[in-house]
Design a protein around this ligand. Structure first.
Ligand SMILES: [Zn+2]
Ligand SMILES: [Zn+2]
Length: 339
């Protein structure tokens, strides 16, 4: 039996269409693995870092780590699931389960962390096999398309927000307003109703700033501007180094900046101790995600309920979708509709 997949064989700029549509054998689930028939896979900026070679992957690889589908086949020792169940797969494909990080609730930092669609084949395909311990039931109220972006953009955004240690009434700034930030925005409104949200995009009047305004952001400007007041927390999801300096410059004393990105495309130049750091300002990055983050977030997201802005592409349009993402040609969450 064969399946269609978009495969990366060689790192190239996305302009050169590095992903090719191929017919591959459908993988067979062994032991605790399940075979999932994929309906939708979300598109993430990390996939740009993968195809362009900033983030090493296995080669060849099938990218994609925000996967929704139904269980088609079970390995011989699967216990938790039955055939036909709708489940999701996130960025965390597997961890060792034995190291100190894994044992202490920080499996996201496991040195044997395997990323879906990076170190293991992912969801730009019709099928995937994955261990039953690394899938999540999807709350009924979400369609497949609505649920896919929750698995990385949402779940890692949720982890970033937790790392902010934000309190109700704090002012938070979002640098970049793509798939993750527009989901986190809804989460902040729900958890911290008395907080103000400032949004910084690349340019005033761009698509992302229009989306932020339409969602009711308290202030929207472009990176480089100073907001009316300093903020207590910031989450940076932009691919450029300069937004780190900008966020630090506008951060109030005792404030915290969380950087939610696996790679930056440009370096951080000109860090000045007084301008950017003094006053107990903190910086932390988000690395990966734990299974607990994903489960917790899906539960909260279904209570709100979070509604991502969805832009649909077909599987064979993955190169075009990533190209559009690179140049900010769509807002919200891009997804590949596979069936
Ligand atoms: Zn992602
Ligand atoms: Zn480990």
């Amino acid at each position: 039996m064969k399946m269609r997949a978009m495969v990366l064989r060689e790192y190239k700029k996305i302009e050169n269409k590095p992903l090719s549509l191929e017919e591959l054998s459908i993988p067979a689930p062994r032991d605790k693995e399940i075979l999932i028939e994929i309906s939708v896979c979300g598109i993430c900026r990390t996939e740009l870092d993968e195809v362009e070679g900033r983030l090493p992957t296995k080669l060849p690889v099938i990218p994609g780590h925000q996967i929704i589908g139904r269980i088609k086949e079970l390995g011989s020792s699967v216990k938790k699931y039955r055939i036909g169940k709708r489940v999701g797969v996130a960025w965390i494909y597997s961890t060792c389960g034995l190291c100190n990080y894994c044992k202490n609730g920080l499996e996201n930092l496991c040195s044997n962390f395997i990323g879906t669609g990076c170190n293991a084949d992912g969801g730009y395909a019709e099928y995937i096999v994955v261990n039953e311990d690394f899938v999540y039931p999807i709350p009924e109220r979400f369609s497949d398309s609505e649920a896919a972006p929750l698995l990385c953009a949402g779940a890692i955004g949720y982890r970033a927000l937790k790392l902010c240690k934000m309190k109700d009434g704090d002012v938070i700034a979002l640098y970049g307003f793509g798939s993750s930030a527009h989901i986190v925005f809804q989460l902040i409104r729900f958890l911290f109703p008395n907080s103000k949200i400032f949004v910084f995009t690349k340019r005033r009047g761009d698509r992302a700033s229009e989306l932020a305004l339409s969602m009711g952001a308290d202030w929207v400007g472009e990176t480089g501007e100073s907001p009316p007041i300093k903020f207590n927390c910031a989450i940076d999801t932009t691919p450029v180094g300069v937004s780190i300096l900008e966020a630090l410059r506008n951060l109030d004393r005792g404030g915290r900046l969380i950087i939610n990105l696996i790679r930056k495309e440009t370096s951080i130049n000109g860090l000045d101790y007084v301008t950017h750091l003094w006053g107990e300002r903190e910086i932390k990055t988000v690395a990966n995600v734990t299974r607990n983050d994903v489960s917790e977030f899906l539960e909260i997201a279904s209570r709100i309920p979070i509604k991502p802005e969805i832009v649909k592409f077909r599987l064979e349009e993955a190169n075009d979708a990533l190209l559009m993402l690179k140049y900010g040609k769509y807002t919200g969450s891009g997804i590949l509709v596979i069936r």
